[in-house]
Design a protein around this ligand. Sequence first.
Ligand code: ZN
Ligand code: ZN
Length: 349
Amino acid sequence: MTRQAVHVRALVFDSFGGPLEVREVAAPEPPRGGVVVRVAASGICRSDWHAWQGHDPDVVLPHVPGHELAGTVAALGADVANWRVGDRVTVPFVNACGACAQCASGDQQVCARQTQPGFTHWGSMAEFVALDAADVNLVAVPDELDLPTAAALGCRYATAFRAVVHVGRVQAGEWVAVHGCGGVGLSAVQIAAAAGARVIAVDIAPGARQLARDLGAEHVIDGSTDVPPAVAGLTGGGAHVSLDALGAATTCANSINGLRPRGRHVQVGLLPAAQGRPEIPMDRVIGRELQVLGSHGMPAHAYPELLGLIAAGRLDPRPLITRTLTLDEAGAALAEVGRQPGMSVVTSF
Ligand SMILES: [Zn+2]
Ligand SMILES: [Zn+2]
């Protein structure tokens, strides 16, 4: 174990929806089987906003948000076999236990005993973060990939990759509609276009629609209009695959209602029960034999496929990062998440 500070700077909130302030907190200790990572980059994701708003029952106050991170291993807990201090790493936001039935079947993203930095314990909007089960969850970041870009792989880019490729099973030539073009939606646009799909991006913000075009969307639709008929008109009857990348009653309904018969809806954006549950048009689901699928992050063992495509230049998360911030600027950015197109990443702590 290396020597580290007793106190570290972190972004803290003491009440849900209350002030977000940077202050000194006790340095995290590496758990058995886990590590402490010195955070080099931490993305600001909509789920951090949900945690701050009190939508996640796992969050206990006071709390440090942040789950989309990359950095270097600073300290090892007992029983870590595969990692050394100084290793450059990222981690899926679902930290799996490695021992339950889901983990045994390779589905670590739905682990029964998962922890999540920034939700079940303090997260990465801080100089250091503790992570569980390092041998199950850490992902080595190749030298040629910078850590701010690698941070995006901890949540939104990897989540989009699994949603498009593994869960949506998008094929070349298929029509894919992406509803909501924040970080995960824009990632999905790029990944689906790279897979040879014809992508329609939907968002209410002109800046987000322009970025979606730049990332490979063939058509864009203003999300404040009547979206499903517009999707049907462009695609000759509806999309083959459609993602709700925002997580809202409207985007969820638009996604399902814009599908052709036997189409696949993938729910990616969080829909916390605290915000009210959306109505799913089950008459349409049965009448058209639609598939309604959930997608929740991506397990660490699936990262080599994604990293290989990035190394080969087939995918490039870099253009998605539109702002780098200091920790002192992170609270304001978290409070207004979604107002700026693209991804904001904290790179100075
Ligand atoms: Zn996230
Ligand atoms: Zn497990």
